[in-house]
Write a protein that binds this ligand. Structure first.
Ligand SMILES: Cc1cc2nc3c(=O)[nH]c(=O)nc-3n(C[C@H](O)[C@H](O)[C@H](O)COP(=O)(O)OP(=O)(O)OC[C@H]3O[C@@H](n4cnc5c(N)ncnc54)[C@H](O)[C@@H]3O)c2cc1C
Length: 405
């Protein structure tokens, strides 16, 4: 009898897993269950063009309906999975339906974290298309926008709000923006980019409360005693993984659902992928990522593994962000570096290479310099020490360092 593979979460990882599983030769049923009412779509435009374009741009679907049908992938949308029975190999839906599976993929990603201060619910958050549409609608009439959190999403919203002509203040509790994903030098570049474009970026300022003013506007009360009136308050304070099903089913969890190099969880025939997963990386140890490329490639890896055609996953971490027309890309993990060598700091171009104590390249941060990222990724993969003096010389091609080994 033919097998049924159920995917929980019709996001980027789930959508790609379904396609990859079929393309790898799985001939049974593929059910793609998602609680959003949409088939898998791209989230990166949500904080960018969806907020800035004069007319809302069309949704960027990962796969057309025709392709989904051709591959005989059965999407079941608006279907929240509320129960997972690993021993009985069933999932339960919010509407009471039960679905059996032979193999299961958890690709439930994450949700936007809410701001945990009095009135925090007044701040809009951004994870889904519906969230983006709500922010877009409010931005239309907003003169003063306060963005809480200077992570990637908060800064992209800030840049988009500026592009719409709003006066924008960004409040960040830490001492620098994008703290989790770039070095101090990269953070300084990004901070300057925002300030040069008129954003009032305030670091080291925590939000104490958000109060309604009765006229539809809000006031953001800060720990330093300042009060900021706003027509729109948005919080970009990170995401929380949707771990409830995995936790209730007793799967091993370490911040994310723990998987091996073939995306297998601690339970037989249960896989996990994308933002949800904590996976082993051959260079960097156990990682959890929140990025487009990882969601896609890890989803594909899971789909292939479920079709019996798996291979160890070893993708180098990579993400990009677009702010004020500047494309910033980060490869590897700058946080692991003991030393950062700035090769170019000539706005809007910036290139920094992040080195471990033994001289290995563990990360590259580059603005408007995609070739440096490509070369940097090859260096990261090579795992060989490089000469910091050569790295610092912008006249020496990074690619050349690889060839010279
Ligand atoms: C606004 C925004 C902008 C971004 N921009 C960039 C960028 O510029 N560059 C970059 O590299 N990355 C970017 N990212 C990150 C990237 O989009 C994510 O890493 C990626 O979407 C993760 O995919 P995923 O499939 O793992 O999880 P998700 O996209 O979170 O998908 C999971 C899906 O599962 C659903 N689900 C959860 N629980 C259940 C349940 N119990 N039952 C059924 N369905 C469930 C969720 O509703 C969701 O639809 C951005 C993310 C956001 C939110």
């Amino acid at each position: 009898m033919s097998e049924t593979h159920v995917i929980v979460g019709a996001g980027q990882a789930g959508g790609w897993a379904a396609v990859a599983m079929r393309e790898a030769g799985f001939t049974g049923r593929i059910l793609l269950l998602g609680d959003e009412p949409y088939r898998p779509y791209e989230r990166p435009p949500l904080s960018k063009t969806v907020l800035t374009a004069a007319a809302e741009p069309p949704v960027s679907w990962f796969h057309t309906e025709a392709r989904t049908a051709q591959l005989e992938i059965e999407p079941l949308l608006g279907a929240a999975v509320t129960a997972l029975d690993v021993a009985g190999r069933r999932v339960g839906l919010a509407d009471g339906r039960e679905i059996g599976w032979d193999k299961l993929l958890l690709a439930t990603g994450g949700r936007a974290r809410r701001l945990a201060v009095p009135g925090g619910e007044r701040a809009l958050v951004l994870r889904t298309l519906d969230d983006a549409r709500a922010i877009r609608a409010r931005l239309a009439g907003a003169r003063r926008v306060v963005c809480i959190g200077a992570g990637v999403i908060g800064l992209e919203i800030a840049a988009s709000a500026r592009a719409r002509g709003a006066l924008v203040t960004v409040l960040e509790a830490a001492e620098r923006p994008m703290g989790r994903c770039v070095s101090a030098e990269g953070a300084a570049f990004v901070a300057r980019l925002h300030r040069d474009n008129g954003v009032d970026l305030r670091c080291g300022v925590a939000v104490a409360a958000i109060e309604a003013r009765g006229d539809g506007t809000e006031v953001v009360l800060c720990s330093d005693g300042t009060a900021l009136p706003a027509d729109l308050v948005v919080a970009g304070v990170g995401m929380e993984r949707n771990l409830a099903l995995a936790e209730a089913a007793g799967l091993t969890i370490d911040g994310g659902v723990v998987v091996d190099a073939l995306t297998r969880t601690s339970a037989a025939d249960v896989f996990a992928a994308g933002d949800l997963a904590a996976f082993p990386h051959p260079l960097f140890g156990r990682l959890r990522l929140e990025s487009w490329r990882h969601a896609q490639n890890h989803g594909i890896a899971a789909g292939r593994a479920m079709a019996g055609a798996g291979a160890p996953y070893d993708d180098v971490p990579w993400f990009w962000t677009d702010q004020f027309g500047v494309n910033v890309q980060v490869a590897g993990l700058p946080a692991l570096a003991t030393r950062t060598v700035v090769r170019v700091d000539a706005p809007p171009v910036f290139v920094a290479v992040h080195l471990a104590a033994d001289g290995q390249v563990v990360g590259v941060t580059a603005a408007n310099a995609p070739r440096e990222i490509r070369a940097g990724m090859a260096l990261i993969r090579a795992g060989q020490p490089v000469d910091a003096a050569l790295v610092a010389d912008a006249g020496v091609a990074l690619q050349g360092l690889l060839a010279a080994r």
